[in-house]
Write a protein of this length. Structure first.
Length: 272
């Protein structure tokens, strides 16, 4: 049985005229296993086929480090231009392959108990929608801009601010600064304080002389009790310093009664 070649990995020959002619990078030593002019041309062609530097280096049996080193050498201007042209051509070919897969699908083998029984064509709807949204964004982008660059984003932000300012001017909306907000809050707090003072003065004026005297006597007793309690707490902290020391009332300490011995045990008791 002949093995069918997979179209996803088969390299297509580069048509003549698609790659610009370039001058190979001159080398100091002519080595058969180095970057010879023939190998440089083959590398550029493979790069145009695959669009991958690693795949192109593997095709010519060279390392990617050596390829980038060759690109930085003096006299490699023409080689660098050919490199960029090959990458662009490789990306275009990748787009063609993706379009072909989206339209015609991918043929996959079918196995049953380890034996090949046939093939089927699998279609990728998500890949098809991705292509439609990027190549026909005006009809398939769901009304959202796609692939906006930095300039487009800055322009969109500028237009958004401009339209917002026009709408606020049309509806008479004015922006208020943080200082104005704080001043407004202070004014409202001051108004509430003055209103409470007026209400307190009005209620005090309604009280009689006997009620006022009783209130003054209550206030004096209250202040005396609070001062005494504060002094007692300070004296307790002085005798028993410590952040978590509790105040102990004066007098002898009474020992706590010991618990009675248990005679009944349950299954839920610890140690049973």
């Amino acid at each position: 049985m002949t093995r069918r070649k997979d179209s996803r990995t088969t390299r297509l020959p580069v048509p003549a005229g698609e790659l610009p002619p370039f001058t190979p990078v001159p080398r100091q030593c002519a080595r058969h296993d180095g970057w010879t002019p023939e190998r440089q041309i083959a590398f550029i062609e493979a790069l145009a086929d695959t669009g991958s530097v690693a795949a192109a280096c593997k095709a010519v049996d060279m390392s990617t480090v050596g390829a980038y080193h060759l690109r930085r050498q003096p006299g490699a201007e023409s080689f660098r231009k050919a490199w960029l042209a090959a990458l662009q051509l490789g990306v275009a070919r990748v787009e063609d392959v993706v379009m072909d897969r989206a339209l015609n699908g991918v043929e996959e083998p079918l196995y049953s108990y380890g034996k090949l029984i046939g093939t089927r064509t699998r279609y990728n709807d998500r890949l098809l929608m991705f292509i439609l949204r990027n190549r026909a964004s005006d009809r398939f982008a769901e009304g959202k801009p796609k692939a906006m660059n930095a300039v487009d984003k800055m322009e969109a932000e500028r237009l958004k601010k401009q339209w917002r300012a026009e709408w606020e001017a049309e509806h008479g909306i004015r922006h208020v600064s943080a200082a104005e907000v704080r001043a407004s809050i202070d004014r409202k707090v001051e108004e509430v304080r003055h209103r409470c003072e007026r209400e307190h003065a009005a209620k005090w004026a309604m009280l009689g002389e006997e009620t006022r005297a009783a209130w003054a006597h209550y206030a004096a007793l209250r202040d005396a009790d609070l001062a005494a309690a504060d002094a007692a707490s300070r004296e307790t902290l002085t005798r028993n310093p410590g952040p978590f020391t509790e105040a102990v009332p004066p007098g002898p300490r009474v020992p706590l009664p010991e618990p009675e011995p248990r005679t009944v045990w349950r299954l839920t008791d610890e140690g049973w």
